[in-house]
Design a protein around this ligand. Structure first.
Ligand code: NAP
Length: 266
């Protein structure tokens, strides 16, 4: 039986690429979609793909009235948390692609997922090169005690830091915090220029025209440093394969997992 998916954000930049890929897959079928501006239409008419026959609803709550196995969240941070909670209450496993959820949101989501014996896979970035950046960074943090993270995006991205930067900082916090040589409170001048402290990492978010999405981490030691960087191009293609894999794997565990490598054999 194909996996039945409700896709919130199906008409967006990332969601539409995922919807078109799902239409071409043998084991995933979209049963409902969410978009306010296209509510009441058939998704295939909106995306010009006759294989996509599912209806579009204005809210996740309406879409979830149709049974699904997996709810995929690809909308905006403002509604992501409540969409995820609604899906868990309905008994669906959840994949979160939307960025901007806080550590408190994730703690709450994890508790509900455990309670309901459902899987939630939150992936700040589905691209393989980001998955590898995270993995390599975890190895580096075991040997190098100081690092800073820089996240680059276009000027239209409202949330900061990016989901990628949040996830990276969270994962490194399981290894150790990065300790600046001069404690932040002893900074002379403007402390904000040192970036934000996020789960043990200093994070700097650049938002400028001309950028797509990049993530960089710099590890520094006396007389040597290591930079690991991911750059994505302008298409949503790098995210599609990882997103399909997440849909296939999210029902294989209970509770919240963060990062695609949790379901990969790396
Ligand atoms: N994890 C990853 O690898 C990855 C990759 C790419 C993007 N992202 C993240 O995914 C999210 C979406 O990115 P995007 O670039 O695809 O955005 P986008 O092009 O603006 O698309 C957003 C989608 O969500 C819908 N939407 C927005 N607000 C909504 C609301 N209040 N209720 C219902 N539907 C709503 C939009 O349709 P309507 O406006 O018609 O409602 C549209 O379908 C962002 O948080 C982005 O950072 C993550």
């Amino acid at each position: 039986m194909p996996i039945r998916v409700s896709l919130a954000g199906a008409t967006g930049w990332a969601g539409s690429a995922l919807a078109l890929a799902a239409a071409r897959s043998n084991d995933i079928t979209l049963v409902s979609a969410v978009s306010r501006t296209h509510a009441g239409q058939i998704l295939g008419d909106v995306l010009n793909e006759p294989l996509l026959k599912c209806p579009v609803f204005a809210t996740a709550q309406e879409a979830l009235a149709h049974p699904c196995d997996v709810f995929f969240e690809f909308t905006k941070p403002e509604v992501a948390r409540s969409n995820v909670m609604a899906a868990l209450q309905r008994g669906a496993h959840v994949v979160i692609g939307t960025s901007g959820l806080t550590e408190a949101d994730f703690a709450e989501i994890a508790a509900v997922a455990n309670d309901r014996h459902l899987g939630v896979l939150a992936v700040g970035n589905f691209a393989l090169t980001v998955v590898l950046l995270q993995k390599f960074s975890e190895i580096a943090a075991r040997y190098i005690p100081q690092w800073e993270i820089i996240d680059y995006a276009n000027d239209g991205k409202k949330d900061a830091p990016s989901g990628t930067a949040r996830e990276l900082a969270f994962r490194l916090s399981n290894i150790r915090p990065s300790e600046p040589t001069i404690p932040l409170e002893q900074t002379l001048g403007i402390v904000e220029t040192r970036g934000a402290r996020l789960t043990g990492s200093q994070v700097h978010s650049i938002r400028l025209p001309g950028y797509t999405i990049s993530a960089e981490i710099i590890f520094g030691m006396p007389d040597q440093k290591l930079t690991i960087r991911h750059d994505s191009g302008s298409s949503a293609q790098p995210y599609v394969d990882g997103a399909l894999l997440a849909i296939r794997k999210v029902s294989t565990f209970v509770g919240l997992r963060r990062g695609l490598d949790n379901v990969l054999d790396l």
